[in-house]
Design a protein around this ligand. Structure first.
Ligand code: MN
Ligand code: MN
Length: 461
């Protein structure tokens, strides 16, 4: 390249050409922590539980209305066990706004139906209803676990986790053998497996008695002896079938992490680590781990819920600041994953504008589909703000778009934050095989997403 081209052209460099050995070591340490988190927390409830535990160890306390607050006070608000808001009070008053990072901790999965247990031809199954966008063919013939809660008639909560412990059995949805799949093979990929067909195998041994549904009865009796539940208790339960694969390094160079739920726990963990390490920020730092993003952010624990506004309103009330004054001065990083450019499927991406593995945290100015439908589309000023902050803190970042125009699309919590009159932009980790039972991210991009959130928390504003 000649000098003038060097000066005028934007030439992104590979992430590994931009960090030294010291930072590689820090990256690997960070990745090790993330792997443990991802492996241990398989549902939104488990993410909230583990995050609360980590927050308490870092000195965070549950927010109580009327409690004494000062710069550096660390609080959290557990939203019904499925969503979590953490905050570290800043030096500046809330009338100066706060720095918010929002990720989600729910992930695509198979939920058990209210009446799940059935028997057919002396095999027993759970009926499921999938949650979020899944490609059904990816969820068959792969080991699964069952996690969740059952609330008994007397109000007692029973935590269920089957398959995580190495001694535990696991579950599976069977698929056809190639020898007999002539008809299935001719179907479109999205029609080869049906929603109702996603039945999870749970048992085959009949109960030693007379009568019908003896296998189902035997399974029910196993659940009853382990958890004290009866079939009616399924009606007040949230039981999630999730992939069982271990989180592992992927690639001979160990550059990637394979696991279930990188979308969006890779960003949730980045935010969490960044806020747990804060001392006294200039502006109040807020970290959101939201639920229900994969189904449109509706519901009491989703980002469209007033739970967030009420929490923020409480904080503002302590300082006699109207909530809207705080919001209009606030900034939100909607930390969510995007698709990484996949050379095996180049046809869906426009390479120049697509996120690339190992090129750092990917800023999505807009998401949406078709003509940018359903996106908040961050302003040039907002992009400039993060560009400056990332530059000052040595964050390796890239600009990204979700695939080719008219190829599909998607959304995040960004628009729900922006609709609150909070300046918002999307940024996060590029993912390969997104929404599959086993997704892939690069350690480098995960680490840079953490650095990105830390940079914003530490920026004066
Ligand atoms: Mn997401
Ligand atoms: Mn998603």
């Amino acid at each position: 390249m000649n000098e003038i081209a060097n000066e005028l052209f934007y030439q992104p460099k590979h992430g590994y050409d931009r960090i030294d050995t010291q930072e590689v070591a820090e990256m690997n340490e960070y990745a090790a922590g993330y792997k443990t988190y991802l492996n241990d927390a398989r549902t939104e409830r488990e993410c909230v539980k583990l995050s609360v535990q980590m927050a308490e160890e870092a000195g965070f306390v549950p927010y109580e209305p009327g409690m004494t607050m000062q710069p550096g006070t660390k609080i959290y608000h557990n939203v019904r066990g499925k969503s979590l808001i953490l905050a570290v009070m800043g030096e500046k008053p809330l009338s100066e706004g706060c720095v918010i990072a929002g990720a989600h901790v729910d992930a695509p999965r198979l939920d058990l139906k209210p009446m799940p247990l059935m028997e057919t031809d002396e095999l027993s199954y759970f009926r499921t209803h999938y949650y979020g966008g899944i490609r059904k063919y990816q969820w068959v013939a792969t080991p699964l676990e069952l996690h969740g809660v059952v609330i008994l008639k007397n109000g007692e909560t029973v935590d269920v986790a089957i398959g995580r412990d190495p001694e535990d059995p696991q579950l599976i949805i069977t698929d056809l053998l190639p020898h007999l799949s002539a008809d299935q093979n001719k179907k479109a990929l999205n029609e080869a497996h049906t929603g109702e067909g996603m039945k999870v195998f749970v048992g085959s041994v009949p109960y030693a008695c007379e009568g019908r549904d003896r296998v189902k009865l035997a399974v029910m009796s196993i659940l009853n002896s382990r958890y004290g539940i009866t079939e009616e208790d399924f009606l007040s339960a949230e039981l999630e079938v999730v992939p069982a694969m271990e989180v592992r390094d992927i690639g001979l160079d160990r550059s990637m992490i394979g696991g279930y739920g990188h979308d969006d726990r890779s960003c949730a963990y980045a935010e969490l680590m960044a806020i747990l390490e804060l001392d006294v920020p200039a502006r109040t730092a807020v970290c959101i781990l939201a639920d229900k993003e994969e189904t449109g952010s509706d519901g009491v624990t989703g980002m469209q819920s007033s739970a967030f506004d009420h929490f923020m309103e409480d904080l503002c009330a302590e300082q006699n600041v109207p909530l809207r004054r705080c919001y209009e001065k606030s900034f939100c990083l909607s930390a969510d994953v995007c698709n990484g450019y996949d050379p095996l499927y180049p046809e869906v991406s426009e390479k120049t504008n697509n996120g690339k593995m190992n090129y750092g945290v990917a800023i999505c100015k807009y998401t949406g589909s078709r003509g940018k439908s359903g996106t908040s589309d961050a302003s040039a000023e907002t992009v400039a703000y993060v560009r400056k902050a990332f530059g000052e803190y040595g964050v390796v970042w890239q600009m990204a778009e979700l695939g080719k125009v008219d190829q599909g699309g998607g959304g995040t919590i960004a628009k729900y934050m922006a609709n609150r009159n909070i300046e918002t932009i999307d940024a996060g980790v590029p993912v390969l095989s997104m929404h599959a039972p086993y997704e892939l991210v690069s350690k480098f991009d995960c680490y840079m997403t953490y650095k990105a959130v830390a940079a914003l928390y530490n920026t004066e504003g």
